[in-house]
Design a protein around this ligand. Sequence first.
Ligand SMILES: Cc1ncc(COP(=O)(O)O)c(C=O)c1O
Length: 412
Amino acid sequence: MGVLARVGTGACPYDPLRGESLNKIHGGNIYEIAAKQGLDPAKIIDFSASINPLGLSPRAKKKLGKDGLEAVLHYPDAECGELRTALAQFHGISENCILPGAGSTDFIYSLPRVLKLERILLVTPAFSEYENALETQSRDCRIHFFETREEDGFELNVEGLLLALTQGYDALYLCNPNNPTGILAEKKDLLRVLAQAEREKTWLILDEAFIDFVPEESLIRQAAVSPRLIILRSLTKFFAMPGLRAGYLASNSGMIEKFSRVKEPWTVNALAQIAAVESLQDKAYADQTLVYIREERENLAHGLQGIPGFIPYPGSANYLLVQLHPSLNLSAAELREKMIPRGILIRNCQSFHHLGPYFFRVAVRTHRENQALLKALRQVHKEILKKEWNSEVRIQDSEGKAAGLPGLKSSG
Ligand SMILES: Cc1ncc(COP(=O)(O)O)c(C=O)c1O
């Protein structure tokens, strides 16, 4: 059962000297790793950031190539008019219910200020920037954690959450599918959570950064009509544009108006606007992505299950959370270190709330790259077994000698 766990007090106002309490660990830091290890960043296969392995949409690539250089000579459209229209068409909701920003992180940082959030309920494990933003942007905040638990397969305990919501929160933060577990909460359950949030006058801040991989599960249509729903969306993951920075907020028109009034101008650069508009209209690319990721995720999960002691969770997006059985005597941090010299970067998940040392996350990448990952993991697994076997043999050998028995031979 999920619980209302410890109360973390983000003792605000933020004191920059206290910055070490913020968790700034993310996937995708290949330049740092490459510099530390003396490796060529181009030779590292990055499984730590979950980005569409098919790359930018062909339509976006073409348009950027054609119009990109000219576009950077002008200020971008501060209203993101074309992008808003494209998003409204994409979702079948009014343009007045959508506000583009420089990635969803843009809004993760403005939410606490605009909504003056103080009492927060946060479903964990969760993306670390929610807490970082609350701690730095809210004048006075208290964060309660509602855990999804290993023994429940990290499924959301809906009844527990409905009860927890009666405790008077300003906002509930929930990510669906969850990052890093990949577990999807069902739409019918989220609608119950939303109804309860509306009754309790609590904002439901629903992060749908990865929902494009299961688009039918999105609550975006409800965002336009609900008085209490704010949806965060990202173009980073599905549309493979982490370097361009594009995301958006969806909510009722009153709330969008409120955010628009305080939004800095020109945050969404010209290239991001071009790429986003084209990507949203590239239906062939979206269809291909959905098929590709589904197939490769299954292959990868199957391959991981075939390595004894590696336990993948049933993820719905383009990544998998994997648990290392304690009998392997191998932490995720140690595994990560063993993979780096093989040119592979995985995400050690110890920095996420209550996940502990035995969880790591891998992105679903191209077929060839996924096979390279599985091969490297199998090699590491073999090495561990060999080491265990050798040390066991040594122990038995010395015990045997001490007891005057003939020594056992090491298998080398
Ligand atoms: C769950 C989740 N939400 C939001 C973001 C931020 O995405 P962006 O700012 O690139 O849109 C991330 C990035 O890793 C994420 O994992």
